[in-house]
Design a protein. Sequence first.
Length: 277
Amino acid sequence: MPDQIAFIGYGEVGQLFSRQLREKHGLTIRAYDIKVDALRSGSGAPLVAAPLFAAAQASGVVLVANAAEAAAGADIIFSSVTADAAEQVARESIAYLKPGQILFDVNSASPSTKIRAAQALAEKGLDYVEGAVMAPVVGAGIKVEILTGGPRAAELSEKLNALGMNLRAVAETIGRASATKLCRSIMIKGIEALIIDSASACAQWGVAEDVFASLNKSFQGADWADLAGKMDARVARHGMRRAAEMREAAAMLTDMGRDPSLALAIAERHAFRAKQK
């Protein structure tokens, strides 16, 4: 089992995973987040970075000044930033990763983004494994299903599963795991966008009770009023991140020669709702 793990990106995923791994196994974990730069520069500090330091201190995680310091000596380095920053983080890691270390990219980026990132590291003799988180991490924590891909995917999955995680290697190549994630996201995020718009219109006209009752008959087993409330709350909180994910889904569709307009519209709807909170 790995003795030391690093996180590049100390947001929801980084904080939750690192805390639970520390609690269960007492691993040495270092983390870096770009928000730390705001504290050092005085821009937006301490409001932006202070909660990160509080979370790290409570979990026994060492929050450090840069990515290279976080990765030093780590067996596995999680990249848990945002989809639009995933490739940049991977390319920057070339400057500090050592042979044998694995960059584990769990960002919701497109297959082509992860393929480029993997190729950039491979050219320098460095190891990259893609990860596709298949459900919300809140609640499931380190038990959330994660698909992995790459030459060392099976090895990485075995190591992290020994720590209580739930990884499944699906390919020795890069792209399949991410494609699985984003194909699912088109469906899930699309449904969320539809429910939010429908619920908003229902509220405007005062017809929610009748509409949801009708939907419950058409889709037996679902509580549409409950879904509307839960999904609206999720999108209000995470809409910007989900919008970035849907833009990656649109990029995947474009790479396939397909029309990305629906995926882009879903992205805009999620971003719009997040801005309203």
